[in-house]
Design a protein around this ligand. Structure first.
Ligand SMILES: COc1nc(N)nc2c1ncn2[C@H]1C[C@H](O)[C@@H](COP(=O)(O)OP(=O)(O)OP(=O)(O)O)O1
Length: 159
């Protein structure tokens, strides 16, 4: 089966010992807490899409960010591979506000609601929280079972 790749973004916002997550009200991942992001649109760079999606979903305006990971998600019997570019938002302006897609809320990093998040988050968040840069791959069967995964640290990631 020929595969196609979809480019997506995921913005992670941390302040000291707290992390900002959004509760997805609709669409893919509805009912889960996640970072803020979405599809890269035609004619847009991945960085531009990260900034746009963060503002659309949380009201925050990114002023400085650092790419920390590339996550690949494959779903059994589905030819579409999701390539998710994860950015740590180092500096931002504004206050989190509810959008029609997300309800933002701060959580202590030692009390992340993993039971209401994608299963993969349990695997890669600890790497992210340590400050590592990494690439990871996940093969899902449906949305609630990971059949296979790998995670490897990298020195640099392409912009
Ligand atoms: C499958 O595992 C995933 N885990 C995590 N943690 N995050 C994921 C996973 N799959 C996708 N994501 C992220 C990537 C994006 O940030 C969102 C999905 O974005 P969405 O499909 O809602 O994109 P939009 O452009 O906002 O969609 P609409 O055009 O439908 O509004 O989840």
């Amino acid at each position: 089966m020929a595969t196609t790749r979809k480019l997506l973004t995921l913005a992670m916002v941390r302040q000291g010992e707290n992390i900002l997550l959004g509760f997805k009200k609709k669409g893919f991942g509805q009912g889960k807490w996640n970072g803020f992001g979405g599809k890269v649109e035609m004619g847009e760079t991945i960085c531009q899409a990260t900034i746009r999606e963060l503002e659309e979903e949380s009201g925050l305006i990114a002023k400085a960010m650092d790419k920390v990971a590339i996550l690949e998600f494959e779903f059994l019997n589905d030819p579409v591979i999701l390539e998710v570019h994860v950015y740590d938002i180092v500096k931002y302006e504004g206050e989190p506000i509810e959008s029609d897609e997300m309800v933002p809320q701060w959580f202590p990093v030692n009390d992340i609601p993993y039971e209401k998040m994608w299963l993969d988050d349990l695997i890669w968040y600890p790497e992210y929280l340590k400050g590592s840069k990494f690439k990871a791959y996940f093969l899902y069967e449906g949305f609630d079972k990971i059949l296979k995964h790998s995670i490897s640290p990298v020195q640099e990631l392409p912009l």
